[in-house]
Write a new protein. Sequence first.
Lengths: 408, 99
Amino acid sequence: MTHAHKAFASGNEAVAMGVRLARPHVIAAYPITPQTTVVERLAEMVEDGSLRCEYLHVESEHSALSAAMGASAVGARTFTATSSQGLLYMVECLHYASGGRFPIVMMNANRALALPWNIYNDQRDSLSQLDSGWIQIYVEDAQEALDMIIQAYAIAEHPRVLTPVMVNLDGFVLTHTYELVDVPSQQSVDEFLPPFQTSNKMDLDAPTNMGFTATPADYMEFKYQQHRAMVDAAEVIVNTDRAFGTNFGRNYGGLVDSYRSGDAEFILLTLGSVTGTARVVVDQLRAEGHRVGLVKIRYMRPFPARELAALTRRAKAVGVLEKNISPGYEGTVFTNVNSALAQAGSSPLVLNFVAGLGGRDIAKADIARMFEQLAAGAENPPDERVIFVTLQVAVAPEALVRYADEGL
Amino acid sequence: MTRPKLQPFLRPKHIDQIPCGTCFNAGHLVDANAGWRTDTPVLDQSLCTGCLQCYLLCPEGVIFRAESGLLIDYDFCKGCGICAHECKAKAITMRKGGL
């Protein structure tokens, strides 16, 4: 039984502590950089007896999530974790888990996708899986990571939701950096998170068919039901966050968090750890008299469409900063935001700042420049709304002539 | 050896009658599935010794015991012929056609 205490922990260690407090029955995971230390810490906890659970060693991510589904199908609380190539290797199982309504909680360390091979942070792995039927959370720091693992179980296992949850941490930037974290007591978490109860399981006393086929006559209703559960999850998410605040003295605003956006003319939307940097830039620019603000998108599914439209209602220009690109079009977050604003009848200028791919740093000066571009764009909207930030080379074709002369 | 019966399928009228996830009462067989049978096993009760080899080896689990002796559930028999091949008493013969 752990007592409430403070710990100096990395993002990954905070996740492991959150998982232990949630008392899963089964953990099945395969190590991959930069997720590895999550499952290492959990293995140590099982070894030293501080976490009583079955720890399954599997031979791949596909097997990890499959094993978690099997355990969930007998009513067990389950956890797994992955990253990047590992997440993509389990894609088939992502749909299986959400369609089977297995409330598995998974941590994903956001990492770039090959090729080129790269182990550093961006968010193209999880953002490519928005359609997989998983709730997606993006956290900013280690404290939020620990807290959201606990909230994730309460949300996933809620009878109206019964949907798996993916908790995303920026690889290295968050998974491997250390901060002081409040670790709640086991008793307080037990009070917040009751044991997992479900009728969606194999049971000798009430035998069921599981994982069955549905023909064209029935399949679509299952997908509608899944969609509705995800829509309903929005309210459960807000209520869970509020209850968490009552119990632990910390909450996060539900689907979104906003910072100095109330009277802002120019608002930047962010996901994950870069939010902290953007907050500092907002403070600097505010001190200079610029009316700028920030909205942190905490959930990509369910998508906070109404919340974003309401928070940006008075803005002249909105920037979407994302570590993602859907090649040939634009960033997926940008697509989602534009759809939300269009449906709300809101039409500020919206620019897409594609940044941080493959772990490239996003500096305060880069973010300040984004606000400058929003201000300039509000006056003269640019032709190109998708802007790759911090490219290190010229991209205009006519510029090549100049550099070719230098013999490169 | 009691078998679940083919039950009439009551089509759901409301979304809440659709199972949550792929989980529903076991033994709820709603569709007969025998359409690809080309030859049909026929059991001669007078030759049957009740050794149950056919029951054990039937890959579809369609042979079952009733008061009158062993019966074959033709709603699900695929006509593979394993029962007839394995029957030492020659009590099962394959008749041409799906019947």
